[in-house]
Design a protein. Structure first.
Length: 392
C-alpha cells in the first residue's frame, strides 16, 4: 500500500496557491505530497516555479498534467464553470479528485458530473466543504437531527461578513461576471453556508429570493441577497447575505419546539425549554406567559480543522478507505438552493423544488450573452487564511 498520495493542483489562484504553500511549507498533510501544478496563466506558473520546491513539476496545461503519470489525485480549484469538466477528466483517468466549491454553476452540469462519478467507483471524489469540520455546525446538526428538541419551526442565517472591496472584484477577469463566474456572493462566498443549511435543515420545497446586482460594487452579478425558504411541514427559513457590509454579521439561528440554537461569535448557544412549546401551551394559564427555559452548556470536541481536515480525511479515504468529510456528489444540494434563488430573482416569483433546470440554464445563458468580461490584469495572489472558510 502506498505511504502517501501524489497530488496535483489545477488552478494556482488564491485558493490553489494557498494549498500549495500549506502542503509544501507547513506540513499540513503528512500523507499528501504535492508533485505537480497546472495553470494556464503564465504569471501563476512562474510564481509556482519560483516559490514551490523544485520537485513540483509545473504545467501550463491541465490535461498534460493529468496525463503525466506524476499524480494519483487532484484538487480542482479554478473558475466555477470548469469544475465539472476537469473533475470528470480526472475520473476518466482513475485520478482521485477533490472539487473546490461550488460543485459547478448550474445543476445540469453537476448532475452530469455525478453520473460520471457512478461509473468510477474506484475514484475517491470529495467536495471541499471545509465548514463541515467546524465543531459548532457539527453539533448543531446533531441537535437538530436528534429529535430531542422536536421539530424546526424557523431558521434564520444572517451571513454578511463577506465584505469585498472593488479591488477584489478587479483582481481577475472572471470575477463577478455571468460568463466567468456564473453568479456573485451565492456562487463564490456562500456555497459553504448553503451546504450547511441543507446539511443541518434539509431541502425546502419552495424558494423566493430578492437580490440586487451590483448594488454595492461595479459588478454585474448579485452582491446582496435575501431569500425566503418554505419547508414541507410549513416551517420557514430566511437566508440573508451580502459582500457590501463593511462590518457584517454571522448569526445562524434555529428555533425549535424545545430549544433555540444560535451559532454566533464562534460559539454555539442553546436555550433549552423546560417543556416542548406545544405541551406547555396546553396547561399555561397566564395571558402573557413564556415557556420556562434555561441556557445549557454545549459540549463539542472543540475541533475545526477546516481545509487541512478535509484534505487529510480525503488522503485517508484514498489510502485506507476511511470516510470523507463530504462526498463530491453532495455538492449538488447547496447549488440547487443557489440556482433556485437565482431563478426566483430572474422570474420575480417563488420557485418550487425541483425546479426546471432547462429554464434556469436558459435564463443564465441570456445573462452570459451580454456579460462584460474584464481585461485580464496582473495575477494577484491573496492570502485566504483569515477569510471565513477561504475563498477563491
Amino acid at each position: 500500500m502506498a505511504e502517501f498520495v501524489r497530488l496535483g493542483i489545477i488552478g494556482i489562484g488564491n485558493q490553489g496557491s494557498g494549498y500549495a504553500r500549506h502542503l509544501t511549507q507547513d506540513g499540513w498533510c503528512p500523507e499528501i505530497k504535492l508533485t505537480a501544478i497546472a495553470d494556464k496563466n503564465p504569471a501563476r506558473v512562474e510564481w509556482a516555479k519560483n516559490t514551490l520546491p523544485a520537485e513540483v513539476t509545473c504545467f501550463d496545461n491541465a490535461i498534460e498534467m493529468l496525463d503525466s503519470g506524476l499524480i494519483d489525485a487532484c484538487v480542482v480549484s479554478i473558475p466555477h464553470y470548469d469544475h465539472p469538466k476537469y473533475v470528470m477528466e480526472c475520473m476518466k483517468r482513475g485520478i482521485h479528485v477533490m472539487c473546490e466549491k461550488p460543485a459547478g454553476v448550474y445543476t445540469k452540469q453537476v448532475r452530469e458530473m455525478n453520473e460520471e462519478a457512478k461509473k468510477h467507483p474506484e475514484v475517491v471524489f470529495g467536495m471541499m466543504f471545509n465548514q463541515r469540520t467546524n465543531c459548532l455546525y457539527r453539533k448543531m446538526r446533531e441537535l437538530v437531527q436528534s429529535g430531542k428538541y422536536g421539530r424546526v419551526r424557523r431558521a434564520n442565517w444572517l451571513i454578511t461578513n463577506w465584505y469585498r472591496s472593488q479591488f477584489y472584484y478587479d483582481s481577475g477577469d472572471w470575477r463577478a461576471t455571468w460568463s466567468g463566474e456564473g453568479g456573485g456572493v451565492l456562487l463564490n462566498q456562500c456555497p459553504h453556508q448553503l451546504d450547511l443549511w441543507q446539511w443541518i435543515l434539509g431541502m425546502p420545497k419552495k424558494v423566493q429570493a430578492f437580490m440586487r446586482y451590483g448594488q454595492w460594487h461595479d459588478i454585474e452579478v448579485e452582491d446582496d441577497v435575501t431569500a425566503l425558504m418554505e419547508y414541507e411541514d410549513g416551517h420557514t427559513g430566511v437566508f440573508i447575505t451580502s459582500t457590501g457590509d463593511p462590518h457584517g454579521s454571522n448569526r445562524f439561528e434555529v428555533q425549535m419546539d424545545g430549544a433555540q440554537l444560535i451559532a454566533e461569535n464562534e460559539k454555539l448557544y442553546v436555550l433549552e425549554f423546560d417543556q416542548l412549546e406545544q405541551e406547555w401551551t396546553k396547561t399555561n394559564t397566564a395571558s402573557f406567559g413564556v415557556v420556562p427555559c434555561h441556557e445549557v452548556e454545549v459540549e463539542t470536541d472543540g475541533l475545526n480543522p477546516q481545509h487541512e481536515g478535509v484534505l487529510n480525511a480525503w488522503a485517508a479515504a484514498i489510502l485506507r478507505g476511511e470516510p470523507l468529510v463530504a462526498g463530491g456528489e453532495e455538492g449538488i444540494n447547496g447549488l440547487t438552493l443557489s440556482n433556485a434563488m437565482h431563478l426566483s430573482a430572474f422570474l420575480g416569483k417563488a420557485v418550487e423544488l425541483p425546479f426546471d433546470e432547462d429554464l434556469y440554464y436558459s435564463e443564465l445563458m441570456k445573462r452570459v450573452a451580454t456579460s462584460r468580461r474584464k481585461e485580464a490584469g496582473k495575477a494577484v495572489f491573496a492570502d485566504t487564511a483569515n477569510t471565513y472558510g477561504g475563498a477563491k
